[in-house]
Design a protein around this ligand. Sequence first.
Ligand SMILES: [Zn+2]
Length: 331
Amino acid sequence: MDDVQGVRPVSPVPADRGSVSADRVGPVGEHPASPEDMGRVERAGPIRSPKVAVDVPEAPGGAGDAQVSTGDADLISDRYVDPVRPSRSVTAVRRLAGLLTVVPVLRLAVARYAVPPGVADRVGCDGCGVAVGLDRPLPALGPTARCPDCAGRVGAAPFLVEALLVVAVAVLALVDGPVAERVALAWWLGCAIPLVLVDLAVHRLPDRLTWPAAVGTWALLGVAVAAGAGAGAWLRAVTAGVALGLAFATTTLLLGRRGFGLGDAKLALGVGALLGWQGWGAVVTGLVLTFLLSALVGVVLLASRRVGWSSHLPFGPFLVAGTCATLLLTG
Ligand SMILES: [Zn+2]
């Protein structure tokens, strides 16, 4: 068939497909937005599914478009496969695999630093002394947390890190915000998981985790400013972080062991930044939720005689939980 007048040679059209007028050829590289558009692309090329290509005779006023029935359009839509974009299941598997690579790093942090104050960081199995590291992550740093030699437990309880990672991913998915802000939150959550587990195990928040949590969060929120967020939000975040950190540190100086630990003060630097980024209301809400949660758990533990009046509860997990709850409510 000869080309009719007005045909634009954008893409090669097989001779047996008929020709198409220039106004029917969509922008090159754009995906069809509607079944009607998809019908046009099928006729205009590039041809993705020769079996369902419809050869519509040219009619005045573009009547040919109307001849594509809804059924044809659905057929085309069902068979349309984007050759570039991976399917949802492939994307989900890739994300899951990406998450699993984080597990050994988090487990190593817990195993290293969950030691009493003044004791050297743990570098191997407590039972047999075999070295534990990222060069040989399984099974010691895997979900089962078992020493490869003596089968003793290494670090955090089996599947506990993985469960917290799922919670962290859920928080990240549910909190709205620009990408740069969510990267900052992801970093902080990544530090918070081992911090919570170490604090629960040995009642301490090591500098090796609290400082990276705070500095990384501040820096990444600074990147969010460069990406378009207001500088005022970053100043408020830093001010809130410093204010919370100083407030917690002051209780240590004034009350000693009855106050908060300096580890809590360093953790508060990052907590204050994340909450302050959202606004001063979020800072207040975060503190209220944190203290309510700790009071509630304290009462329950006292009532169940799990702890006594003189017991000292680790505060880091409450600070992390209160922060996440506030971000879910206000973020
Ligand atoms: Zn061992």
